[in-house]
Design a binder for this molecule. Structure first.
Ligand SMILES: [Zn+2]
Length: 481
């Protein structure tokens, strides 16, 4: 390897507040186009913005979770540009005095932990949406463009890293970690595929050992964690080829084409001076008092990294702990079941196995199913008491997720309850041994070969509801008498 990749990531997160950043319009993504709009978010003359206090609280929360300093005074600026989905011709954003500066996020990739510096976290507002009609939904081949301003003015938080990321795998790990953190704070659903979390990656290469950065490109339009990693890997390889050919990398914005698996040039990269930033005259500087900041700090729940360390210390393997820690719903179910005395490893296997598979298959998040931590504890107790087999327990869990009732109800309704009553089982064993006296005699004489056959006969007689281990113990006991 001759080159070292240098990557910085800008992340936009749409906050899940009830109303928009500077007006009272509802944030409501399912609504019919242009039904959640008012003079403020349409930029009509004379309309005045009023900041959303909850959004400010949430950006401070994000900043504190990323270990940033929170500015007591920060300033909103106008970022000026023309685009049809931006009716004001400027976006209210922040420039040299953002709310949060100088944080960090730790990542572990292949057992190596690295700290990624956070340059800043600032508050801005989203634009409307352009929908290009006609061939492929792209503007070049479009027959027209439709505009929907429901998203115009939705609170948007931008999180900017230092150029500290050194590989495509680290870029993905950063995005994954950040997504888990945002979700655990409860401030956004952070869904890449729906655009409530969006990543732009600035990528350059430099010769190994060279302190100066090379010319960067900015990659946009990655709508999954996987495509972020693929786009970064593609771009690193593309720039290496350009440099190897003795050519120069062009400072530009490139678009990730998911279908072709490549980045394409979109436009030459704009600099911040192109936007003619100036302080927003309609808003006073934003004040976050130390008291407010500390109240917000006290409301921050356990974060994924702390949760992961706690789960590993509690005996889970790193993969299961990472998966549970990144998802507040799964982690909540796990903690609840463990507190109720359930076998934590068993519960972790169900959550990362059956439950995640159910979410993928149906698209329904576990939070929207009837499954509770109490159900998990109940099911774990049933397995421990041999009331249901481990295999049957998985079917029971699926049925509970699908709303068929509690584990006990499902097991009874589906006839999955095992015969654990020893006296009933002893009768079955005695009957089978009597019917196969020759096999019983062999076992009594020390030949254990027929045991498997006899267990099979008992299982058949009980329609599979006996615990085969217990049956085998009883056969040994009875033949030894
Ligand atoms: Zn509005």
């Amino acid at each position: 390897v001759k080159y070292e990749p240098v990557i910085g990531i800008e992340t936009h997160v749409e906050l899940a507040t009830a109303s928009k950043m500077f007006c009272g319009c509802a944030v409501d993504f399912g609504a019919a186009p242009n039904t959640r709009v008012c003079p403020v978010c349409l930029g009509l003359p004379g309309a005045m913005p009023v900041p959303n206090e909850r959004a400010i609280e949430w950006i401070v929360k994000i900043g504190l979770a990323l270990d940033c300093d929170i500015a007591e005074t920060s300033v909103f600026h106008r970022k000026n540009y023309f685009y049809p989905d931006l009716p004001k011709n400027y976006q209210i954003s922040q420039y040299d005095l953002p709310v949060c500066v100088g944080g960090r996020l730790a990542l572990t990739v292949d057992g190596v932990t690295t700290e990624i510096g956070i340059t800043r976290v600032h508050m801005e507002e989203d634009t409307g949406k352009s929908l290009h009609t006609g061939e492929g939904g792209r503007i070049a081949a479009g027959s027209g463009t439709l505009l929907d301003f429901n998203r115009s003015g939705v609170p948007l938080v931008e999180i900017v890293t230092e150029p500290d990321i050194r590989s495509a795998a680290q870029a993905r790990a950063y995005a994954t970690e950040l997504q888990g953190l945002i979700r655990s704070l409860g401030v956004s659903d952070a869904k890449l595929e729906e655009g409530s979390m969006r990543f732009d990656a600035n990528i350059s290469l430099r010769p190994l050992g060279e302190p100066e950065f090379g010319t960067r490109t900015e990659i946009k339009n990655m709508n999954s964690l996987r495509s972020l990693e693929q786009a970064a890997a593609y771009e690193i390889e593309r720039q290496a080829k350009v440099l190897d050919a003795g050519e120069a990398v062009i400072l530009e914005t490139r678009h990730w084409d998911e279908e072709d698996g490549r980045t394409n040039s979109m436009r030459t990269k704009e600099e911040s001076s192109d936007y003619r930033y100036f302080p927003e005259p309609d808003l006073v500087p934003l004040q976050v008092t130390p008291q407010w900041r500390e109240d917000i700090r006290a409301s921050i729940p356990e974060l994924p990294q702390a949760r992961r360390s706690r789960l590993v210390a509690g005996g889970l393997d790193l993969d299961a702990a990472t998966q549970l820690a990144a998802d507040a719903n799964l982690a909540g179910l796990f903690d609840g079941a463990e507190a109720a005395g359930a076998d934590s490893r068993q519960v972790a296997i169900w959550l990362t196995g059956e439950v995640v598979a159910f979410e993928r298959r149906t698209g329904v998040p576990v939070a929207d199913t009837p499954l509770t931590s109490g159900h998990l504890a109940e099911l774990a107790a049933m397995v421990a008491a041999n009331t249901v087999s481990a295999t049957a327990a998985k079917d029971v869990l699926k049925a509970v997720l699908e709303g068929e009732g509690t584990p006990a109800e499902v097991a009874a309704a589906r006839d999955l309850v095992q015969v654990t009553d020893d006296s009933a089982l002893r009768e079955e064993v005695a009957a089978v041994l009597a019917a196969h006296a020759d096999a019983a005699a062999k076992i009594a004489a020390g030949d254990t070969k027929p045991v498997g056959f006899l267990v099979g006969q008992v299982m058949k007689a009980t329609a599979g509801k006996a615990d085969p281990r217990r049956v085998s113990e009883l056969i040994a006991e009875v033949t030894a008498d």
